[in-house]
Design a protein around this ligand. Sequence first.
Ligand code: NAI
Length: 399
Amino acid sequence: MIIKPEISGVVARSAHPLGCEKAILQQIDYVKNADPIKQGPKRVLIIGASSGFGLAARIALTFGGAKADTIGVSFERGPSEKGVGSAGYYNNLFFQKHAKAEGRLALNIQADAFSPQTKEEVIEAIETYFEGEVDLIIYSVASGIRPNYQTGEMWRSAIKPIGNSVKGASLSLEHDQWLENELEPASNEEIEGTLKVMGGDDWEAWVDTLINSESIAEGCKTVAFSYIGPELTHPIYLDGTLGRAKIDLHQTSHSLNLKLANFDGGAYATVCKALVTKASVFIPGLTPYLMALYQVMKQKRTHEGCIEQMHRLFTTKLYGVNKVPVDCERLIRIDDLELDEDTQRQVNEMVAKMNADNFKQIGDYQGLKQEFMQLNGFELDDVDYLADIDIEQLVKSLT
Ligand code: NAI
């Protein structure tokens, strides 16, 4: 079959396997040519490993000097009568193919990270493949829902402001359209739901489970990813439901840090840059800011993608340093280039001028849309998009 892009709203309904491989190869190429990670971890568990920051971290640690073996947990859709499957599904397979070729172990566990059963499955895998211990745990799950395994109910996250309604624009990537909207404030239930899904609760459950099963190696570290952003984005992000969840994540990092101190290790929330990922295009009101940020940072040559961010995290913050550098709230900051004063001044000016008629000219809409397409394996150079692909055969050759 010939695979074409299908988008509804901001959700990709198809993915191109060969493009997914190409995107992975580009990231591998980046880390192989960048400064190597020194004194890096050898046995790494990545929860949320199939796309965005989790995938980039996996690539950086495997191919960027540390030569890590990895267990990756993710929740992805394989091919079925309904469609070709998700990009993350192919990312897992192609990552594994290239890691194996390099002599590295790369185990993919596709299951619900929130489930106690998945945690047990991972512990068994750590026993089997990692001699029972991990050196680094990366928590990079972005989800809209979390089942409550005790009651059978579902917690749902809501991306909303708290207290007051907020006006903002989002984009339909399907129709290349600017959509004005007003977001009503979240209810208490929505605040609580977002906290359960995107806060630190499940990260803590993972680390607790691994401590209880004696799977934590001496010096083991754990990181999860956060966002703070400039004032412009605070009404929808930091002061809203997502920000509440991230503050909870920061607090969790402190309690986990105390627990891991017993192993001479540490726990850190890492504040990343705003980037186009499967998860972030969902955040209403953030896209005008993202378009302006991309435009300014590209002009200034300070723009980074997930792979550059993760490489910088491992080479300059977490490994090969005497002491992990943190800010006054004990957060690792790799959002410094985004928050640069002159960058933010230019972004603010640009966002103030941006509207439904001019957003494609003023902001980096092309760049944002292209990155979204590339996340799903489309619009990459040197990929034959007219090739007839036998999905069943392809998957068979990779498993
Ligand atoms: P993403 O959507 O690219 O990746 C999310 C990962 O979570 C995927 O591997 C997916 O399979 C996995 N996942 C989702 N539900 C799951 C489940 N139930 N069980 C197992 N795996 C599951 O997201 P992205 O953007 O890389 O986000 C990762 C973290 O980084 C999130 O905490 C996000 O808030 C944070 N972050 C993102 C920023 C951005 O601009 N994209 C900026 C700063 C922080």
